[in-house]
Design a protein. Structure first.
Lengths: 512, 151
C-alpha cells in the first residue's frame, strides 16, 4: 500500500500528466490511421523514450498503447475501417450506426466503454495479477486450440444470411493464414514458387483490403460519401449523458465484456482482436434482441470497445509477472523494461514496486484521459469525414490505406495483396460471403494450427492421437464451452428457420 | 444493375476452385506442415459441395445487385491497380498525385461539371493532402517510400 501511494505521488506531477496527455493524443491519432497498429505506435515512440527516465518512458508507452487501441474505433465507426485489429468487432455495429446518422452516439459509447474498460483493466492488474498469471501458464497447445475454436463459433453469429457461406468464408480465412512458412513444420506452403509469399499474408493487410476496399468501391460506384450529410447527423444526435445512462442502466453487457476481456487478455498470444470478437459474440448471444446486432446496436460497440481496452492493462498480467507478452504490443513494453534493467517477476512488485505501480496507475490515468481527448477528437474527426466531398474522400482513404499497408513491411506486394483481397471481398460480398468470417479465420487460423499440430505431435504414441485435445480438465471445459457456444448460436437459427421462434415471440407478445 | 446468378452454386464453385488451387501443390509439403491445412481443405470441400447441392434443391438467392454504376466500379478498380503498378516506376509521390487528380476529376463528374478552373481551385488542397502524408511517412515515421525514376 505504501508503494502504491508513493507511486501515486510520483504520477501526480505536471510532467507525468502532460506525458499521459501527449501519449494518449499521439496514440489516438496513430490508432485512427488504417494500417497503423498499436504495436507500430509503440515501436515508433520507442526511440523518444530512450532519453526519458524509466517511469516517464513507461508512462508514455502505456498512454500511447491505451490511446491507439481506442483510436482504432474512430475509423471503424466512421469509415468501416478498423484502425487497429482490436476494433474489428466495432465495425459490425459502429459503421451501421454511423450510416444511420448515429455516428456521435457510437463514438461516445465507444469512448465511455473504453474509459470503463481501461480502468477495469488497471484494477484487475493491480488486484488479480498473481492468481490470474498462475492460470495463464496452464494454457497449453490443446487449450489454445480450443480458445481458437471458441472464437470460431462466432462465424455462426456473423452468418445471418447463410451459415454455410459463413463457414466457407471462415475456411477461406484459415487457409489464407496457412500461406507462408508453417509455424510448426517450418516449411514454405502455398507460395506457388514466389519467395516473397513466404512471409504469409499479414493480418492487417487482409484487414484493410477486406474492410476498406469494398467500401471505397461501393462509395465510388454509388457516388456517395461514407456517411449521410450533416443535417441527418444533427437530427439524430443524442447527449453524452443519455448514452452514459443507456450503458450504465444495463451494466450486464459492460461487466461481461470486461470479464471476457480480462480472461482472454491473460492468455498469451490472444490479442485485442480475439478479445473484442468473443465479447461481441457473447453480447449478441445474451441480448434480448440479437437480430439488431450488425445493424447498429450500440451494445455491440460497447462490448467490443470495453473488452479491447481491458486487454491493454489485462495483458500486462503475464508480462509483468512471467515476462510473457499477452499481446504483440506488450513485447515492446517488455523490451523497455529490460532496457532499464527491470526483469519481470516478483522483484518488479517488491524492489521496483514504486515504478511498477506507477506504470500501472498511469494506464488508469490514460484511460480517464480518453474521455476529454476522445470526445473532442471524435467530434473533430467526425466533422472532417462528414464535410469532405466523396470525390476527395475516396482518393484520400485510398492513399492512406496504400501508405499504411506499405509501411507495415515496406512492401508493395502487400499493397497488391490488399487490393486483390479487397476487390475479391467486394465480389464475395455480392454472393453472400462477408468479410468478417474470412478475417476471423485468418486471425484464429494460426492459433488453432499451432495448438492442433503441437497437441498431435505430443500424442504421436497415443492410440487415438486427437483424444489428447480433450485429455485434461481445462481443455474439456473449453471444449464444452465450444459445444455450448455453437449450440446457443445454432439453435436460435434452427428455431427461426422452423418458424418456432416467431411463434414464441407472438405468444409472449400476446400474454404481456 | 441486377445480374441473374445462383449465389449458392457460385459460392460453392468458388470454394472448390480455391480449394483446388491449394490442394494440388500440397504433395511437396511435409506431414507436420500439411496436417492442418489438409483438414481445413477437406472441410472447405464438404461445405462447397453442400452449397452446390443446396443451390440446386433450395437456392437462397437467384440474383445479385451491383448498386450504382458498374462502369464507375470497374474504372475505379482499374485505377487502384494502375496506382499500385506505377508506384515502383514513377515513385510514390508522383503516382499518388496523378492518381489523386485523376480519381477526383473522374468521381466529381458524377455530381457536377468539372471545369479546369474548378480543378485549379482543388489543386492546393490535393497538393497539401498528398504532401502532408508523404512527408509524415517519409520524414517523421522514416518509411522508405518507393522513389521510382524521379523522386
Amino acid at each position: 500500500m505504501e508503494m502504491l501511494l508513493e507511486a501515486l505521488t510520483a504520477l501526480l506531477t505536471f510532467e507525468s500528466i502532460l506525458t499521459v496527455l501527449v501519449g494518449v493524443s499521439a496514440g489516438l491519432f496513430i490508432g485512427a490511421m488504417p494500417g497503423l497498429t498499436a504495436t507500430m505506435a509503440l515501436a515508433m515512440l520507442l526511440p523518444f523514450t530512450f532519453s526519458m527516465e524509466a517511469l516517464q518512458g513507461l508512462i508514455a508507452l502505456g498512454a500511447v498503447y491505451m490511446g491507439s487501441i481506442y483510436g482504432g474505433a474512430f475509423t471503424a465507426i466512421l469509415i468501416n475501417t478498423p484502425g487497429t485489429p482490436s476494433s474489428i468487432a466495432t465495425t459490425f455495429d459502429g459503421y451501421p450506426m454511423a450510416r444511420q446518422g448515429r455516428a456521435y452516439e457510437a463514438l461516445a459509447a465507444a469512448t465511455i466503454a473504453s474509459v470503463v474498460g481501461g480502468i477495469v483493466g488497471v484494477i484487475f492488474l493491480l488486484i488479480l495479477a498473481p492468481p490470474l498469471a498462475r492460470l495463464a501458464v496452464a494454457f497449453g497447445p490443446s487449450e489454445m486450440f480450443w480458445v481458437a475454436m471458441l472464437g470460431l463459433t462466432l462465424v455462426a453469429s456473423l452468418s445471418s444470411d447463410s451459415l454455410l457461406k459463413g463457414l466457407l468464408g471462415g475456411c477461406i480465412g484459415i487457409l489464407l493464414s496457412t500461406i507462408g512458412v508453417s509455424p510448426v513444420g517450418g516449411e514454405s506452403r502455398f507460395t506457388f514458387g514466389y519467395p516473397p509469399l513466404q512471409g504469409g499474408i499479414e493480418l492487417i493487410v487482409a484487414l484493410i483490403g477486406l474492410f476498406v476496399i469494398p467500401e471505397l468501391l461501393t462509395m465510388a460506384a454509388e457516388g456517395r460519401g461514407a456517411l449521410p450529410g450533416g443535417s441527418e447527423l444533427r437530427k439524430k444526435e443524442v447527449s453524452i449523458a443519455k448514452i452514459a445512462k443507456h450503458i450504465f442502466s444495463k451494466p450486464a453487457n459492460l461487466i461481461r465484456s470486461c470479464l471476457i476481456g480480462q480472461v482472454i487478455a491473460i492468455i498469451p498470444g490472444a490479442g485485442g482482436n480475439v478479445t473484442s470478437l468473443v465479447a461481441y459474440n457473447e453480447a449478441r448471444r445474451f441480448s434480448k434482441d440479437p437480430k439488431s446486432f450488425g445493424k447498429g446496436n450500440v451494445d455491440g460497440v460497447v462490448a467490443s470497445e470495453s473488452s479491447n481496452n481491458v486487454m491493454v492493462a489485462g495483458s500486462m498480467v503475464p508480462l509483468l509477472t512471467l515476462g510473457i507478452p499477452g499481446a504483440p504490443p506488450d513485447a515492446i513494453i517488455l523490451g523497455v523494461l529490460l532496457m532499464h534493467g527491470l526483469r519481470p517477476g516478483l522483484d518488479l512488485f517488491t524492489q521496483s514496486g514504486v515504478l511498477t505501480n506507477g506504470f500501472i496507475l498511469s494506464m488508469g490515468l490514460a484511460a480517464l484521459m480518453l474521455l476529454p481527448v476522445g470526445l473532442l477528437g471524435g467530434r473533430l474527426i467526425h466533422r472532417v469525414v462528414i464535410r469532405t466531398p466523396y470525390y476527395f474522400l475516396v482518393p484520400s482513404i485510398a492513399m492512406v490505406t496504400i501508405l499504411g499497408t506499405f509501411a507495415l513491411r515496406n512492401s508493395m506486394l502487400d499493397v497488391g495483396i490488399m487490393l486483390i483481397l479487397g476487390t475479391a471481398g467486394y465480389f464475395l460480398r455480392l454472393i453472400g460471403i462477408q468479410a468478417a468470417p474470412i478475417v476471423l479465420g485468418l486471425i484464429l487460423g494460426g492459433i488453432a494450427e499451432q495448438g492442433y499440430v503441437q497437441t498431435l505431435m505430443a500424442a504421436v504414441v497415443d492410440p487415438i492421437p486427437w483424444l489428447r485435445l480433450v485429455s485434461n480438465p481445462l481443455s474439456m471445459v473449453l471444449a464444452g464451452l465450444v459445444v455450448l457456444g455453437a449450440a446457443t448460436a445454432l439453435v436460435p437459427m434452427w428455431l427461426a428457420r422452423k418458424g418456432l421462434l416467431d411463434k414464441v415471440e407472438e405468444d409472449s407478445g400476446g400474454s404481456s | 444493375m441486377i445480374v441473374r446468378l445462383n449465389t449458392d452454386i457460385a459460392a460453392g464453385v468458388l470454394g472448390l476452385v480455391f480449394g483446388a488451387l491449394l490442394w494440388f501443390p500440397r504433395a511437396d509439403i511435409g506431414r507436420l506442415s500439411i496436417i492442418f491445412p489438409r483438414a481445413i481443405l477437406l472441410v472447405l470441400t464438404l461445405i462447397s459441395i453442400a452449397l452446390i447441392v443446396k443451390g440446386f434443391i433450395k437456392p437462397s438467392g437467384r440474383q445479385i445487385e451491383i448498386s450504382g454504376s458498374p462502369r464507375r466500379l470497374v474504372t475505379v478498380i482499374i485505377g487502384f491497380f494502375l496506382w499500385w503498378g506505377l508506384v515502383e516506376v514513377l515513385g510514390f509521390l508522383l503516382t499518388t498525385l496523378l492518381a489523386f487528380f485523376a480519381l477526383t476529376w473522374y468521381l466529381a463528374r458524377v455530381e457536377t461539371v468539372v471545369t479546369w478552373q474548378r480543378m485549379l481551385t482543388w489543386t492546393p488542397v490535393i497538393l497539401v493532402l498528398v504532401g502532408v502524408f508523404y512527408l509524415t511517412f517519409k520524414e517523421v515515421l522514416n518509411v522508405r517510400l518507393p522513389s521510382g525514376l524521379f523522386f
